[in-house]
Design a binder for this molecule. Structure first.
Ligand SMILES: N[C@@H](CCC(=O)N[C@@H](CS)C(=O)NCC(=O)O)C(=O)O
Length: 240
C-alpha cells in the first residue's frame, strides 16, 4: 500500500506525484493544505518530523525527501517506463541534474514563490495566531522563511535569487538545445524533478521563459505536459 502526502502538483510534491502517475501505480493521495498550515500539525510531524511535504508511506514505512522518494519508486518498480537510464554515464547525468535541482534551482525559485504566494497565507492570520503557528514548525530555517513571507523578503535577497533564476533558465535552455531530455535521449527523473520546479515558470517568469529566449525549454515543458501521466496528475489535482 502506497500513500503519498503532498501539496498536489507543485514544487517538491510534484516529483513523486508525477513518478507515481508515470508508473501507473495504485496509491492513496493525501493532500495537505498549506493555507491551513496542515503540514505543521502533530499528526503529520509523526510522519515527517521536518513538517514538510512530500512524504511517502509504503506499508507503514516512511520515505521523505522528494528526489529520494522518486529513486525509491524507481528501485521498487523499475519497469514501464524506466525513469533511470541503464547506461552508467547517462545515469550519472540524470543524478547531476537531480542534484542541481535540489541544491540550487529549487531554492531560488522557491524564495520568489514564497514572496509572491506564501506571503498571502502568512498574512492571512492575526499576529498572535501567526506566532502560535510558527512555534509548531520544527526547523528554525523554515520558521524564518515564514517570518520573511509575512514581513517581506529583503530586496537584495530577492535580486540575488532572480539572478540565480536567470542563470538557471539559461543553463536549462543550453542543455535542452543539445538533447531532447536532460540526461540525454530518454525521459528520466531528471526531467520530472526539474519540471516540478519549472512547470509554471513560463507564466510566472515570461520575461525569462518565452519563445524568443527559450524555445527549447518551452518545447520540453509542452512534451512533458502532453504525457498522459502528467495530464492525469493535473486532472486529479485538488481544487483550492
Ligand atoms: N528537501 C525536501 C524539501 C521539502 C520542502 O521544502 N517542502 C516544502 C514544499 S516544496 C514545504 O513543505 N513547505 C512548507 C513549510 O515548510 O511549511 C524535499 O525535497 O522533499
Amino acid at each position: 500500500m502506497l500513500t503519498l502526502y503532498s501539496f498536489g502538483p507543485s514544487a517538491n510534491s510534484l516529483k513523486p506525484l508525477l513518478t507515481l502517475y508515470e508508473k501507473g501505480l495504485d496509491f492513496e493521495s493525501r493532500y495537505l493544505n498549506p493555507a491551513r498550515f496542515e503540514q505543521h500539525e502533530d499528526w503529520f510531524k509523526q510522519i515527517n518530523p521536518n513538517a514538510q511535504a512530500p512524504a511517502l508511506d509504503h506499508d507503514g514505512r516512511i520515505i521523505t525527501e522528494s528526489t529520494v522518494i522518486c529513486e525509491y519508486l524507481e528501485d521498487l518498480f523499475p519497469g514501464t517506463p524506466r525513469l533511470r537510464p541503464e547506461d552508467p554515464y547517462q545515469r550519472a547525468q540524470m543524478r547531476i541534474w537531480t542534484k542541481w535541482v535540489d541544491e540550487y534551482f529549487c531554492w531560488c525559485v522557491s524564495t520568489i514563490g514564497w514572496e509572491r504566494r506564501i506571503s498571502g497565507i502568512a498574512r492571512s492570520v492575526s499576529e498572535e495566531e501567526f506566532e502560535r503557528l510558527v512555534a509548531r514548525i520544527p526547523l528554525k530555517e523554515q520558521q524564518l522563511k515564514w517570518r520573511n513571507a509575512r514581513n517581506g523578503f529583503d530586496k537584495k535577497v530577492l535580486e540575488e535569487e532572480m539572478r540565480k533564476i536567470d542563470y538557471s533558465v539559461k543553463k536549462l535552455e543550453a542543455r535542452l538545445s543539445q538533447s531532447p531530455w536532460l540526461a540525454g535521449d530518454s525521459y528520466t527523473l531528471a526531467d520530472i524533478c526539474n519540471f516540478a520546479i519549472a512547470h509554471t515558470m513560463d507564466s510566472g517568469f515570461p520575461e525569462l521563459i518565452n519563445p524568443q529566449a527559450t524555445p527549447h525549454i518551452l518545447d520540453w515543458l509542452a512534451r512533458i505536459r502532453e504525457r498522459p501521466a502528467c495530464r492525469t496528475m493535473y486532472a486529479n489535482a485538488p481544487v483550492r
